[in-house]
Design a protein around this ligand. Structure first.
Ligand SMILES: [Zn+2]
Length: 476
């Protein structure tokens, strides 16, 4: 067991933010060479290793173990850390390993890599032939997994080690695609007395556009356009807009700068105040943090023609947002959702970005079709990109049954079989080869992608012991 921690310790010393995986690729390559383990690499900085079956296991089917090599680079305010060059400094406080809130720890997915290396380095274990897959850029665009040459592997059984609960077996994940709507802006000539003001809505919780989409946290892009719609009777023009900062996050703050006829400025204040009261009623848990402000300003932006603005507003207000379909096979699982993550103006075009996730490709395609219809109706151009595959639930899975029996035997609590409303690399491997049998597993770890990231040593120990037993019983 201490072998896993030893491997993890070495990995924390190697800088490896996404798209900068050269050092970890070289480290893994040399690690295998030094031990006479078969290894190869590719142009995407993926690494592939083979460990032969142990004595007596030669006739059983091989099993692949998979982890990603990159990590999210996030640090707390005021912390100095160069993710391209500095090692991750971590602390052990009792059972918990963390950076004490300074930087991301890289347990996601350094633990997965450390577990594979420890298994490959231990010649006392019993197991069929093992194939080690280390993929790059998972946190960015999945390009490692997407481009991994599936012909390298013989395994039909694959254990992805990118999960964070030692009692859960993940058996399905969502696929997704991004849909950008564009509207060429036309400008108006104004006469009369106007003032400029900036309306901002902020203080919402935001969160992960998949895992938090069902939590009713409010999407400030939609709320802002609800408010602008309430102002329909006033004489105003949109000058500028900025909503959300990342398509995969639920937007927490959005603002619009408008030019409004002087005579209507009092009505504006009254309507904004009424909307504030609506928001406080609809979001009782965020009453203290919700802010909706109007500030007088002076803008050098051009006023957008009413017809153009109305097309944009109608597109946004009729777009699919939040939960679209709930699962009928997993309790509380969102099957399909759409996050209107970003709105901004670039090169005289309004850009509206929606990110779609779905358990089934057919649901994803249906939402894309809906958006196309709405875009065409209101004269928007569009494009789709960033597609990744779903990993569909299989009723029959020998590997899942084996993991379930080992987890249940060594049980501390009821084993959970779960599907996630987020993308996993398992989706790519499921699509690359017919008949793949995949599970996604891992020890208890928390707060991935944040400086609060941490994991439990006792859970890692428990998980590693279970994994050894799974490989020992994997006589497929
Ligand atoms: Zn991960």
């Amino acid at each position: 067991m201490s072998s896993v921690l030893k491997e993890f310790d070495a990995i924390t010393k190697i800088p490896r933010p996404s798209f900068h995986e050269e050092k970890i690729r070289d480290y893994l390559y040399n690690w295998a060479k030094e031990r006479n383990i078969y290894v190869e690499s590719d142009e995407y900085k993926n690494i592939f290793m083979i460990k032969p079956a142990s004595l007596g296991y030669e006739s059983y089917k091989p099993i692949a173990l998979q982890a990603h090599t990159d990590m999210v680079a996030e640090k707390a305010l005021g912390v100095e850390h160069d993710f391209l060059n500095d090692p991750i400094e971590y602390f052990i406080d009792g059972d918990i390993v963390s950076t004490r809130g300074r930087t991301t720890l890289g347990a996601d997915n350094g633990l997965g890599m450390a577990i594979i290396l420890a298994l490959f380095d231990d010649n006392t274990l019993k197991h069929p032939k093992l194939e080690g897959i280390f993929t790059s850029a998972e946190e960015e665009d999945f390009s490692g997994a997407a481009n991994f040459d599936i012909n390298l592997i013989q395994s039909k059984y694959l254990i992805n080690l990118d999960c964070c609960n030692d009692n859960q077996i993940v058996c399905a994940s969502a696929g997704g695609i991004t849909f950008d709507g564009y509207k060429q802006l036309c400008y108006a000539e104004l006469e009369g007395e106007f003032i400029d003001c900036k309306i901002s809505i902020s203080g919402f919780q935001g969160g992960h556009s998949g895992e938090d989409i069902h939590k009713g946290r409010g999407n400030t892009n939609i709320l802002l356009f609800r408010l602008l719609h309430l102002l329909s009777d006033l004489d105003f023009y949109l000058l500028d807009i900025s909503g959300g900062s990342f398509r995969l996050a639920i937007p927490r703050e959005s603002s619009a700068t408008i030019r409004i006829s002087k005579k209507d400025s009092n009505s504006l204040e009254k309507l904004v105040e009424e909307f504030r009261e609506i928001l406080i009623l609809e979001f009782p848990n965020s009453t203290d943090s919700i802010k909706i402000e109007i500030k007088e300003t002076k803008s050098n932006k051009n006023p957008i023609k009413c017809k153009t603005f109305n097309d944009i507003k109608n597109y946004i207000l009729t777009s699919p947002v939040d939960i679209q379909i709930m699962s009928n096979s997993f309790e509380n699982l969102v099957d399909c959702s759409c996050n209107l993550g970003e709105i901004f103006i670039r090169d005289d075009k309004m850009v509206i970005i929606s990110d779609i996730r779905a358990s089934y490709d057919s649901q994803r395609d249906f939402i894309v079709e809906k958006l196309k219809i709405i875009a065409k109706t209101y004269g928007l151009d569009y494009k789709t990109y960033g597609e990744y595959y779903n990993w569909q639930y299989k009723k029959e899975s020998k590997l899942r049954s084996l993991v379930e029996s080992v987890y249940t035997k060594n049980n501390r609590e009821q084993v959970e079989i779960v599907a996630v409303h987020a993308g996993l690399e398992s989706g790519f491997f499921d699509h690359k080869k017919d008949g793949m049998d995949i599970v996604s597993l891992g020890p208890n770890s928390w707060n991935f992608h944040s400086p609060m990231e941490a994991f439990s040593i006792s859970s890692l120990k428990y998980f590693y012991k279970n994994l050894i037993e799974i490989l020992e019983f994997a006589k497929f």
